[in-house]
Design a protein around this ligand. Structure first.
Ligand code: DGT
Ligand code: CA
Ligand code: CA
Length: 582
């Protein structure tokens, strides 16, 4: 079988296709049709269930939707040579800073090209300077206002901290741990993710891995040689730090099995939790470190091989990592009132999902089967309504047609039901994208704000509350509209919105897309305090997205949510009665 010169990952090839799409667009080398083809190919490659290398080896590249002859040839060149001349030529022509401008909210390829070609601007900083000097307003199609918006966009971009979304970092960490275990099955006694990634924080600064073994060096060697590693920053007996291709730093620590419990506890953090726990330990006459618990009077050392032992010696039940943020978890543990946190296995259904009736990538039937095969009892199809500026949004007529299909599919199963719904657009004035009569026909209505997120606080808050007050609306989806690493959410008054939801008995969503996680952990906690029910849903646009649910469940757990507070843990009948009663 033919071997590639480099074992490209699906994500790497997808990134290259997106990059080509941006480059040909900015350079106007190819037309909008081809530009879309690159991005579509990228999207499908990124979500491919098998290795792109295998697909290439079997000569099946063109079976991937969006991959035609021209794109297949490019992937073939990458596999055979490790390079792509077409890309290199484009990169020579378009300075890399021009593409950086595309990440500024409000700057697309047309504007980036305009700034580059007419003013010779080749980077975000240069663009900022030009805007401050008032040079942009004179360009065709620009004015004082749009110049101001560019400055705001740059400020928004630069206020995003340099942390990586958990949805990217966590799979990388788990992949590295798997690779280590596979390479050294007899040497590795235990291995685990620690740090913020184990606590499921929404973004991570760096990754922390722990391995228990008697002989560390073979592990450090294998780790340094993993294909994800770009650069070894530090290599020692107890700790090795590397930087990955995407810039993320990973620290690996190897330690003896006898000290596993204290080390895992220490390196899981958070720092604030550890400080509080050490304080409690001292009060009880122990000094707690990553190595051991030590009596402060006699110096006697107690080694802990499990975390449970550490907490037990301090008179506490084990505290789930998601709670270890020093937000009252230690006191709750002392008083034996830690929450029984919701788990993935508690969920009976999902209440937000798409199909190719709007912007989903699978048929309604495929989505339903995917949900059913994952053990769910119900699944809400909530495609987008008209009014989002999306070509494919559903109007009342298509919604009725879709309902017929849902009813006929539902005759198939006795253990599963597709719920008929909509993700209805909340328009700029707070009215909805579909008439009440159409909404009243549905099992569950999800409302969402997608546009105008830069409106002022009062207007935005009014929109969300107006949507909640519509008697047909059941769930408010991704309430702040943020996209991690891309844009902050709208300036909503979440306290007012949650209070209104509590008052009306409406459901607020925890969207599990790793770039959303919205509500976030802090907002979930507030929702729990005031009695708001939440739904945890993947907002799936393809079957594999259903598995993103783990991120939403983790976010809910970080907000102390118990199964009872999560409506999609309920049996369907109870859920529908709750929804009807209002
Ligand atoms: P990150 O990387 O910013 O997402 O957050 P963490 O929590 O992973 O922090 P990191 O990587 O600096 O350290 C990993 C864990 O190690 C941290 O959660 C707690 C522990 N740790 C590290 N340095 C200290 C320290 O100076 N004091 C205490 N108490 N714990 C520390
Ligand atoms: Ca970390
Ligand atoms: Ca670290």
């Amino acid at each position: 079988m033919i071997e590639p010169v480099r074992w490209w990952s699906n994500a790497e090839i997808a990134d290259i296709m997106d990059r080509i799409g941006d480059l040909v667009e900015v350079s106007e080398k190819e037309g909008p049709f081809q530009v879309r083809a690159y991005h579509r190919a990228a999207d499908n490659i990124r979500h491919l269930e098998e290795d792109i290398v295998r697909v290439w080896q079997d000569d099946r590249l063109e079976n991937i939707p969006g991959v035609g002859k021209a794109i297949a040839k490019k992937i073939d060149e990458l596999m055979r040579t490790g390079h792509l001349r077409f890309l290199e030529n484009l990169e020579q022509e378009v300075p890399s800073g021009v593409l950086d401008m595309l990440s500024i909210p409000g700057v697309g390829s047309k504007k980036a090209r305009l700034f580059w070609q007419s003013l010779g601007i080749t980077g975000v900083e240069e663009l900022k300077k030009a805007a401050e000097e008032g040079k942009l307003r004179t360009l065709p199609g620009m004015g004082k206002k749009s110049e101001q918006r560019i400055l705001e966009g740059i400020a928004a971009l630069q206020s995003i901290p340099d942390r990586i979304p958990l949805g990217i970092a966590r799979p990388l960490a788990l992949g590295m741990l798997d690779a280590l275990r596979e390479a050294l099955p007899d040497v590795i006694l235990k291995s685990e993710l620690a740090g913020s990634a184990r606590r499921w924080r929404e973004t991570v600064g760096d990754l922390d891995l722990l391995v228990a073994a008697t002989d560390p060096m073979p592990i450090m060697d294998a780790f340094s040689n993993l294909h994800q590693v770009k650069e070894v920053l530090l290599k020692g007996e107890t700790k090795t730090s590397v930087r990955l291709q995407n810039g993320l730093q990973v620290d690996l620590r190897v330690l003896p099995l006898e000290r596993w419990g204290t080390a895992l506890q220490y390196f899981t953090g958070s720092k604030a939790h550890n400080v509080a726990l050490r304080g409690l330990a001292l009060d009880m006459g122990w000094s707690l470190s990553e190595y051991a618990l030590k009596r402060t009077d006699t110096g006697e050392e107690r080694l802990c091989t499990t975390e449970e032992e550490v907490y037990e010696l301090l008179g506490l039940p084990w505290i789930p990592p998601e709670l270890r943020e020093d937000r009252g978890e230690i006191q709750a543990a002392q008083e034996k009132r830690l929450p029984r946190l919701v788990e993935v296995s508690d969920l009976r259904g999902q209440l937000h999902g798409h199909s190719d009736w709007s912007d989903g990538r699978a048929t309604l039937e495929e989505m339903a089967e995917a949900a059913r095969s994952r053990g769910y009892e119900y699944f809400l199809i909530s495609d987008h309504s008209v009014g989002l500026g999306m070509t494919n949004g559903l109007d009342a007529g298509r919604l009725r047609e879709q309902r017929k299909l849902i009813d006929s599919l539902n005759r198939r199963w006795s253990d599963f039901r597709i719920l008929a719904g909509i993700e209805v657009e909340v328009k700029a004035d707070g009215s909805l994208g579909l008439p009440d009569e159409a909404l009243a026909e549905l099992d569950v209505v999800v409302a969402a704000v997608h546009t105008g997120l830069n409106q002022d606080r009062k207007t935005l808050t009014h929109r969300a509350i107006a949507a909640l007050r519509n008697p047909n609306v059941d769930i408010l989806a991704h309430p702040t509209g943020r996209l991690l690493g891309k844009r902050k959410g709208g300036d909503f008054d979440m306290e007012a919105i949650l209070q209104e939801a509590a008052h009306l008995g409406k459901i607020v969503e925890v969207n599990s897309q790793p770039s959303r996680l919205d509500l976030n952990d802090v907002n979930v906690r507030r929702a729990m305090e005031i009695g708001v029910r939440i739904s945890i849903s993947s907002d799936a646009h393809r079957p594999s997205d259903l598995d993103n649910i783990v991120y939403g469940v983790a976010t809910a757990r970080r907000g102390w949510a118990e199964p009872e507070n999560v409506v999609n843990t309920w049996p369907l009948r109870r859920l529908l009665e709750w929804i009807k009663r209002k």
